[in-house]
Design a protein around this ligand. Sequence first.
Ligand code: ATP
Ligand code: ZN
Length: 289
Amino acid sequence: MLNGNLKLAIQKNGRLTQKSIQLLRTAGLEIEDYNDRLIISVQNFDMDIIYLRDDDIPEYVKDGVADIGIVGENVFYEKKADAEIIRKLGFGKCKFSLAVPESKEVKELNEFNGLRIATSYPNLLNDFLKKNNLNSIIVEISGSVETAPSLGIADAICDLVSTGNTLKLHKLKKSFDVFESEAVLIANKFIHKDEKKNNVFEELLFRIDSALKAKSSKYLMMNAPKSAIEKIKSVLPALKSPTILPLADESMVAVHAVIPSDKFWDILRNLKKVGASDILLLTIDNMIL
Ligand code: ATP
Ligand code: ZN
């Protein structure tokens, strides 16, 4: 599709697909359901979305088949493609970790010396081994890495882990974390040379930043005695001063504030202690600062 639109590559079918689309929709882009098509145009934005296997995304972005892409940091660093990370996106979080059979006792990293480690990410593992002066043997496997020890082809594995349930299922246990990963927005190094694409990209970045900011914040509303205002202010994180509104009962006020989502429960406990009541927490659709 040589229409001059910005081209974004995302994973066709996998763990990052829905969250990537969700982020783009929060950024105001109208995206149809893709129904197995390779490429679709965004209806209200000069951008096309290309659906690919995640392993191909760094290379396609580097070559300019796509201008930008969304991919896990693990894949990005594994492929060593000449492209740049522009934003961390806060989803697809996982750890790339060493794991051993439950029956094996491993206390020190140097106990991996001489062991065979199965992985689908040989470059990531190799970088780690080098950095730690380890001489383990890398056994490259493209899928189902966790079966390697029971098949006798490796002594340990290094794989992506989020809950650890898959490890347990295969009688393995995590021993050391090698790398923490999340989804990232990447771009090729020559995107700035195309003025039209670069403008669309800048607008996309602005919207993604607003969407990410909104996701990590919540809008908090409460009522409180006027006399508690100072105490309430001290409990709220000092991002911006809260909005204080008068109520019909003159001894009371309404307090509105934007807070970081992950601090909500701590803030709530403290607000109750200082006399706040009727506390409401709202999600924020978008936030332009
Ligand atoms: P594809 O068919 O596109 O090659 P895949 O099977 O290689 O897909 P997925 O399993 O869909 O990849 O994972 C995509 C990305 O999701 C991973 O590269 C990683 O960045 C992230 N991720 C988050 N949690 C996990 C997890 N528990 N296991 C594997 N990947 C995870
Ligand atoms: Zn893949």
